[in-house]
Design a binder for this molecule. Structure first.
Ligand code: NAD
Length: 284
């Protein structure tokens, strides 16, 4: 059988926010390897440029740009610079996101005695600033770049946005109410924006990665004293039918499928779990 499509992104301009991070630097590489000109945006300008330099060293077109996904002015400045370097944005991967300890409870369940234990962060101790930080980073940090870069997509063919949601958007994970709620908002926004943009030809979908060991979750998953898995990490693996964490490159196929009009031109407003079966497993 001859496939009716190939993933050829030659000449397309891809913008990857959080592209200096673990998962999105891999995803940026995949886009570059399919021929896209890749703009790597990150709050950490050095990380963005390092990721871009690694791509250029392999013969790809890539450039790093400092940008804060929470500040529209910063995004406008980056968008103008990307436009000058590569042209208008065709593909936006909203990758910047993450959790914060201030939005995290110490324990999974509250017990009465916990209220007298000052060493614990209970639900009642959660700092509104921490919750706000996590909500803003994940939700506003997806919405604002979409406002800035989708503006350049209007009136052009084959443009698409891919957001990054999470397992905890389907069912919240213990300890992290802010991150769970914020990623649920990202999934909801993915559907909203897909509908809103349907008549202007911009598709909007999301990846929902399961568990991948990266900087943002290392403290929760790796025991600092012995370098082994924490009880939480073991619990995750026990609830992942495939029995392991994911590898960043295992997100690539779904991303390329979603950004390719030839491959997924009628796919719009979906959130794809990439989780080794975690979301399918009831635990029994
Ligand atoms: P990471 O911490 O390695 O990368 C995140 C990047 O975002 C960093 O380079 C950071 O500098 C950048 N960033 C942070 N704040 C920013 C801001 N205000 N403006 C611009 N850039 C900013 O994390 P990762 O694990 O690679 O996560 C990438 C995405 O995948 C995130 O949205 C995360 O929530 C999501 N995710 C990760 C997992 C996992 O298991 N690691 C699972 C589900 C979803």
């Amino acid at each position: 059988m001859t496939l009716p499509f190939s993933i050829d992104l030659t000449g397309r301009v891809a913008v990857v926010t959080g592209g200096g991070g673990v998962l999105c630097s891999q995803l940026a590489r995949a886009l570059a390897e399919c021929g896209a000109k890749v703009a790597i945006l990150d709050l950490d300008a050095a990380a963005a440029e390092a990721a871009a330099a690694a791509l250029r060293a392999d013969g790809h077109q890539a450039q790093g740009f400092a940008a804060n996904v929470l500040e529209r002015a910063s995004l406008e400045t980056a968008a103008a610079a990307v436009n000058r370097a590569f042209g208008p944005c065709d593909l936006l991967l909203n990758g910047a996101g993450g959790n914060h300890p201030k939005g995290t409870t110490t324990k999974e369940w509250l017990e009465e005695a916990d209220l007298d234990d000052e060493s614990l962060t209970t639900f009642f101790d959660l700092d509104p600033k921490g919750i706000e930080f996590v909500f803003n980073l994940n939700f506003l940090g997806t919405l604002l770049p979409s406002q800035v870069f989708a503006r350049q997509m209007i009136g052009r063919q084959g443009c698409s946005i891919v957001n990054i949601s999470s397992m905890n958007a389907f069912r919240p994970l213990t300890k992290i109410p802010a991150y769970s709620g914020a990623k649920a908002a990202v999934s909801n926004f993915t559907q909203w924006l897909a509908v809103h943009f349907a008549k202007v030809g911009i598709r909007v979908n999301a990846l929902a990665p399961g568990f991948f060991l990266t900087n943002q979750n290392r403290k929760l998953l790796i025991d600092e004293t012995d370098g082994g898995y924490t009880a939480r990490a073991r619990k995750i693996i026990d609830h992942t039918p495939m029995g392991r964490f994911g590898q960043p490159e295992e997100l690539v196929g779904t991303l390329l499928w979603l950004v390719s009009d030839a491959a997924s031109g009628f796919v719009n407003g979906i959130v794809v779990p990439i989780d080794g079966g975690f979301s399918a497993y009831s635990g029994v």
